[in-house]
Ligand binder design. Structure first.
Ligand SMILES: [Fe+2]
Ligand SMILES: [Fe+2]
Length: 358
């Protein structure tokens, strides 16, 4: 185990990044700057079935224009949350790079810092597109931020891991939590890219992003295992914490939904023009699965994809069978709607072929 507990694999990731890093402007900023919200027409910016409140009575009460607006605001909220989460991970990545530069391998530190460079361009291009979409509807970023009360979760995430990192002298706990965040983001992004009615210009940006993030996810997958190997006596509590953390990351509706997520969804519905009381009622019915006991097929498949990825990852961890079973139980309990008999019902699982850059 000791031989495997190094970050040497980052050298290979760095070589891939070296090939792409000079084209960040071409892949992200240029298409974001070229995006014209007036070209949206009837194109979508998010998977139709993953639009918040899709298929609910409130969805059918909205006009066609309002439904389009809700789909696009779902994109804005999702990608603004992604931008904020990427800023959060940048903070921790650079702390890790600092420690690694001083005490460990400077070349590894440079790869960690490289991810910060890439994320910064991602954040910038998302902001450019989001602002243009909002302006198309006479909204500004402040209106979106006010509605998105769940953004503070990213601040808390950084504070908790910075504190743990300061106490322990390394960011191992942070590295152990990255993989579920990556898989969650990947699920939404790949479904957005695959949405047939997606706006082509924005799709191209998200495709470029998915290619960078596939590499970041390789980093997460491998560093998580290295981090676990380094935890020593904290391995078991670390795994328990991981399972509870992974069980709380989700798309669609979730048993562990919280007040901040509720606030963001109802506030966004209000931006579309729904009165606050009706928005609160629509949220409660949606969360409680009153009208649609089952999620739309794409959401269900996305949730299933996430659980499957988590279970496979848990299987790869060097832990006791008992701890492994516990971790799967905790994650499966958060995903009781899809953790059961999926194949037996003839439902197809999501499959994402590898994306490549020309
Ligand atoms: Fe990113
Ligand atoms: Fe990333």
């Amino acid at each position: 185990m000791a031989a495997a507990a190094t970050f040497d694999f980052t050298r290979r990731l760095r070589l891939v990044s070296d090939r792409d890093v000079d084209r960040l402007r071409e892949h992200f900023l240029a298409p974001a700057e070229a995006f014209d919200a007036e070209s949206l027409g009837d194109r979508l910016l998010f998977p139709l079935e993953m639009s918040w409140f899709y298929g609910e009575p409130i969805w059918h009460e909205l006009s066609e224009a309002q439904r389009l607006m809700l789909n696009r605001l779902t994109f804005c909220q999702s990608y603004f949350s992604t931008a904020v989460a990427e800023a959060a991970t940048n903070t921790l990545n650079f702390q890790a790079a600092l420690q690694t530069l001083i005490r460990e391998d400077p070349e590894v530190a440079l790869y960690m810092a490289r991810e910060v460079v890439e994320e910064t361009t991602h954040i910038q291009s998302f902001l450019i597109v989001i602002r243009k979409v909002l302006a198309h509807y006479g909204l500004d970023l402040d209106a979106l931020r006010r509605a998105n009360v769940s953004l503070s979760l990213s601040e808390r995430y950084v504070q908790a891991h910075s504190l743990a990192g300061w106490l322990r002298g390394n960011l191992d706990f942070y590295y152990f939590t990255r993989f579920p965040l990556n898989v969650n983001q990947k699920t939404v992004e790949r479904c957005t890219i695959d949405e047939p009615d997606m706006h082509d210009g924005v799709r191209a940006i998200l495709k470029a992003h998915a290619i960078d993030e596939a590499r970041h996810m390789q980093m997460s997958r491998a560093t998580g295992k290295v981090a676990l190997a380094r935890m020593g006596v904290l391995r078991t509590p670390g795994c328990i914490a991981f399972a509870h953390f992974a069980a709380r990351i989700y798309i669609g509706r979730h048993a562990k939904d919280g007040a901040l997520q509720r606030g963001t969804r109802t506030n966004t519905l209000a931006l579309v023009g729904v009165p606050a009381a009706r928005a609160a009622q629509a949220y409660a019915e949606w969360r409680d699965r009153k009208n649609q006991p089952e999620d739309p097929p794409l959401v269900r498949a996305g949730r299933r994809y996430y659980v499957r990825q988590m279970f496979e990852y848990v299987d790869e961890l060097d832990v006791s069978p008992r701890l492994r079973a516990y971790m799967k139980r905790v994650i499966g309990a958060g995903y009781a709607d899809v953790a059961g008999d999926f194949a037996g019902r003839g439902e197809s699982a999501l499959d994402f072929p590898e994306l490549t850059r020309s």
